[in-house]
Ligand binder design. Structure first.
Ligand code: COI
Length: 366
């Protein structure tokens, strides 16, 4: 399906000096480019409805009816995608089709319309082509694209909305944690982010809202991220607030990551790491991995490294695990591990054009 996008350029875009100030310290998600993309949908979940009014316009606050369903019942889903500047000036993104498909799965779970894959990719191209100067040039930096969908119908009955808006905004970003040194994480023993039959596998705002109280608890203990476990499955490790997790068994040339049970998000970075590790001849196990196995693996030295991964976090080393029940020390010597760093280098190399894209994962945006 294709739609023609109307383009109304921002009458007062940022100057080069404004952008340079942002690029000096982009942080993560603090600054936004000059434009946004939006597409409207009207219809019913059953009839499929219709997409229309595709627009590129100045980045600006939205005007929403106070009765909009999203404000009351949380019908909202989103994605995270990055655009990378290559050495020749061209701009590329990584596996956008996989994000488009995940947005469709999230939409089905939240009873929202499924945006066609071509429109998803086209929406990224539209934003990046008008805001190409916002794609940073620094090492480890990228233009983070945030496609999202909200229910805009003004209606207070509880049912799937008949009006929805899809939008894309963009933000130049650096390192999510501000460092590639290992970060300690907090294990939530009291709170869950998702439950069986819930929305854990969908990328919806509600899952992140549910993680915040545990994240606050973690921050009080010096941890930037929180990890969740399932007390009904022998304390099986699930995922961090916004990232998947991998355990490196160095002597066995093996990676272990929690299996997808329906309560875990199927990360695009997670999927790509599994492929890259298999390409290297590593064994990759997607399976139940319990808190006891974590403790024993670190104590015996079998677990040599741990890392978190996601579009935002890329691949970030994990240090100690802290919780109300005690601490599991960082694996190895506590520094970022060799496997973690080399997988990170390979993945970022593919994304930025420095390493051959042998799986055809890149799509040119501009
Ligand atoms: C991403 O990695 O793109 C995410 O969506 C995680 C995030 C909530 C920062």
């Amino acid at each position: 399906m294709s739609l023609t996008f109307s383009v109304e350029p921002n009458p007062s875009p940022a100057t080069e000096a404004d952008r340079e100030k942002v690029f000096a310290n982009p942080g993560f998600g603090d600054f936004f480019s000059d434009h946004m993309v939006s597409i409207d949908w009207k219809g019913t979940y059953a009839d499929g409805g219709e997409w229309s009014n595709a627009r590129v316009s100045a980045y600006a606050p939205l005007s929403l009816d106070p009765a909009s369903c999203v404000l009351h019942y949380g019908q909202e889903i989103f994605e995270g995608v990055k655009a990378y500047r290559h050495a020749d000036g061209s701009i590329w993104t990584f596996r956008p089709q996989v994000n488009a498909q995940r947005l469709q799965r999230s939409a089905r779970r939240l009873a929202m319309p499924e945006l066609p894959e071509e429109l998803f990719v086209e929406s990224l191209k539209q934003l990046v082509s008008i805001d190409r100067e916002w794609v940073p040039r620094g090492e480890g930096e990228a233009f983070y694209l945030r496609p999202f969908m909200i229910s805009t119908e003004a209606y207070l009955g509880v049912r799937p909305a008949h009006e929805v808006k899809y939008l894309v905004i963009g933000s130049p970003v650096g390192n999510y944690f501000g460092t590639v040194a290992p970060v300690d994480i907090w294990l939530s023993t009291q709170y869950a982010r998702a439950g069986v039959g819930g929305t854990g596998a969908a990328k919806c705002g509600g899952n992140y809202a549910a993680s915040l109280i545990a994240q606050l608890e973690g921050e009080q203990h010096g941890c930037k991220q929180v990890i969740f476990k399932d007390p009904h499955r022998d304390d099986a490790i699930e995922e961090l607030g916004g990232m998947n997790v991998f355990f490196v068994f160095g002597d066995e040339n093996k990676l272990v990551t929690p299996e997808l049970t329906g309560t875990i998000l199927e990360g695009v970075t997670r999927q790509s790491i599994i492929q890259l590790a298999k390409d290297r001849g590593m064994t990759v196990e997607e399976r139940k991995f319990t808190l006891d196995q974590w403790r024993e693996g670190v104590a015996s030295g079998a677990i040599s490294e741990i890392f978190a991964c996601g579009t935002a976090a890329v691949i970030s080393p994990v240090g100690a695990l802290k919780s109300a029940d005690g601490v599991i020390a960082a694996p190895g010597d506590g520094a970022a591990g060799e496997v973690t760093l080399s997988l990170r280098q390979e993945l970022v190399g593919i994304q930025t054009g420095a390493v051959e894209d042998r799986h055809g994962w890149l799509t040119r945006l501009v």
